[in-house]
Design a protein around this ligand. Structure first.
Ligand code: GP9
Ligand code: MN
Length: 619
């Protein structure tokens, strides 16, 4: 008993730190997890991070240790309170890009006093009392350096491995999450507040290191001459200027894959409305998504910049402070108002920051919508598109508006809310649920497009519609083959299933027809640039109406020219028509190198903020 008492006295600072910080982190988690907190799932990451911090302080003599623990407590409490204040407004967690940018804090600054709830003061309570308890003169037993070192190593190894294992597990479960940090709440929930902020610091620092690496001599000039040569190459001028002074409406549909169009299940079309609209539009049926780890945000980024996504991580998170010659900026120079609409959390994919960087006048996120009906992730497409109709009607013309839908988001399991759609033998499968989900979204898009047609908007607009990325993982290939009456399970066949529809609708349904040119998300902006007479120099994609070669480069180095497919994962070439592997020819080798160079140029532009440099020199 006496021994226990001495132990308690000697380690009073550590014991109080563990108890207090665990309580603070638990309260924080209960608050941000809004009803989803469970001790079973959330206590371990919290304890692990608290013990990691304790282990570090064990290296110090008791008096210094208490000071350090007190210091940690102050810093962590400030982080917790700032996070909670920020969460109160943005329903997200603070991170360095947001802090550095400062833009996000705009609306908070004015209401900081409203957001700071008096109950948050309770977090500071212990900080007032602890100095009296920690720093009164007690004759602590001085531990030897050897003892301190050993206890540090043991505690650090145990708690560090628990944290490490949780990071490893999260990375396996969601491979892109740790570098892209697209869902910050989820990271904080799984790893705890402290590890979240540690990860944020790590990602931010590694990005700074990437940026600080100097470009090889002559690279900047090589990029400049590549861009100039590309822009000055002879071109046809199909449909040039057709869109001038007209509105530009772009609809990016969540997980809309190409196979959904014009496919029937049990005699019913999966997407009857889009099929109908495709007939009235220029329909590109060999159009690919080109996203990388930034997923939806990469699709938005390519649409607005015609630059490739980042090699790792998401541009929206890594390069939000770069200068871009984006589509909204180019149209704004021509007198357009610009807006983007998405009925989900403003901070997801760092959109609040990135949309400012891209130069959008307005971003209508979750807070700008009445969340009156939720399906899956959030606001239903039905409600979103109905409210969007009203918002569009109030925009100053001519306008560019980018709408991003949400309901057809993986894992498509809110089936009871999609309405009835018979998927026959696919009932209960991921593919079956996807068909139900995309059938629902198709209905909402159909209603939306009909209303735009009735109110005359379509006669005065160019409207583009495409899917952002895949819906189905490779494990669904057999089901998909069964649906589409295919038998091929090769890598090439899977690649050919990675198409998304691209519909471009013109007033009076003009220029309609199917176009088989190979293309992808990188080509949207150059196509718009031709239609709206915008500069094209810095765009790395091609104009769909004035290209004869269907070159599409994917982020992993795979590419196609419409005749040949190169798959980088197996370093092999295939003839698209015969579907057979072919040998590398000098021309193909050259094409492969050119594709790699273009990806490198795009990375250089991002890593070294080169558009800013180029813009300065061209002034
Ligand atoms: C949420 C939506 C989903 O805002 O864009 O993103 P995703 O998970 O598809 O990349
Ligand atoms: Mn998406």
């Amino acid at each position: 008993m006496e021994k226990l008492k001495t132990l308690g006295q000697n380690y009073f600072d550590i014991i109080t730190f563990i108890i207090i910080l665990t309580i603070k982190f638990c309260i924080y988690s209960i608050y941000i997890l809004e009803g989803y907190f469970s001790f079973r799932a959330n206590l371990l990451p919290i304890l692990a991070s608290v013990f990691v911090l304790c282990s570090i302080t064990l290296l110090f003599k008791p008096n210094h240790r208490a000071k350090l623990l007190y210091g940690f407590n102050i810093v962590l409490t400030l982080i917790i309170v700032s996070d909670l204040v920020y969460y109160g407004y943005f329903r997200d967690i603070l991170c360095i890009p947001v802090l550095k940018n400062g833009i996000m804090l705009g609306p908070v600054k004015s209401s900081i006093f409203n957001l700071f709830k008096p109950k948050f003061l309770l977090f500071l309570f212990d900080l007032v009392i602890l100095p009296f308890l920690y720093f009164k003169k007690i004759n602590h037993k001085e531990n030897t350096l050897r003892f301190r070192l050993v206890s540090f190593i043991i505690l650090f190894a145990i708690s560090g491995s628990i944290s490490g294992y949780q990071i490893y597990k999260l990375n396996k479960e969601q491979p892109r999450l740790l570098t892209t940090m697209f869902n910050r709440i989820y990271i904080a929930k799984t790893l705890g507040n402290f590890n979240f902020h540690l990860l944020d610091v790590y990602n931010f620092t590694s990005q700074q290191i990437q940026k600080s690496k100097a470009l090889p001599a002559g690279r900047e000039a090589a990029i400049q001459s590549f861009l100039n040569a590309k822009d000055n190459s002879p071109k046809t001028s199909n449909l040039k200027g057709t869109g001038v002074k007209k509105n530009l409406i772009i609809i990016q549909v969540e997980a809309l894959q190409g196979f959904a169009l014009n496919t029937k299940i049990n005699g019913q079309e999966i997407t009857p409305n889009l099929n109908r609209f495709a007939k009235k539009s220029a329909y590109f049926d060999n159009y690919f998504y080109q996203v990388a780890s930034g997923n939806t945000s990469d699709a938005e980024f390519m649409t607005n910049n015609s630059l490739y996504p980042a090699a790792q991580g998401a541009v929206a998170y890594l390069y939000y402070s770069n200068e871009f010659n984006s589509l909204p900026k180019a149209l704004e120079k021509n007198g357009y108002s610009t807006s983007t609409l998405h009925g989900y959390k403003e901070d997801f994919w760092n959109r609040s920051v990135m949309n400012k960087t891209e130069g959008f006048d307005s971003f209508y996120g979750e807070k700008s919508f009445n969340i009156d009906e939720s399906i899956g992730l959030g606001l239903s497409d039905k409600s979103f598109l109905t409210q969007a109709l009203d918002k569009l009607s109030k925009l100053q013309s001519p306008y560019y508006s980018l709408l991003i839908t949400l309901t057809s988001h993986f894992p498509f399991d809110n089936v009871e809310k999609y309405g009835s759609f018979d998927v026959g033998s696919f009932e209960g499968t991921l593919l079956g649920n996807y068909m139900k989900s995309i059938h629902y979204t198709d209905k909402q898009l159909g209603d939306f497009l009909d209303k735009l047609s009735e109110n005359g908007t379509l006669d005065n607009s160019i409207l583009m519609l495409y899917g952002d990325h895949y819906a189905l993982p490779k494990e669904e290939q057999n089901n998909l083959n069964q649906l589409l009456n295919l038998t091929d399970t090769s890598a090439l066949a899977w690649m050919q299933l990675q198409k998304i529809p691209m519909l471009i609708h013109f007033p009076q349904d003009s220029n309609s027809g199917v176009n088989h040119l190979y293309g992808g998300e990188m080509d949207l902006y150059p196509t718009v640039a031709n239609l709206f007479n915008l500069p094209t120099k810095d765009l790395l994609g091609k104009d769909l109406f004035n290209s004869t070669i269907g070159k599409v480069i994917f982020r992993n180095g795979s590419f196609t020219n419409g005749k040949t497919f190169y798959l980088s994962q197996s370093n092999s070439f295939y003839d698209i028509e015969t579907k057979k592997p072919i040998n590398e020819t000098p021309e193909l080798k050259n094409e492969k190198e050119t594709s790699e160079n273009i990806l490198q140029y795009s990375d250089d532009i991002l890593n070294h903020n080169l558009l800013k440099t180029f813009n300065k020199t061209s002034k």
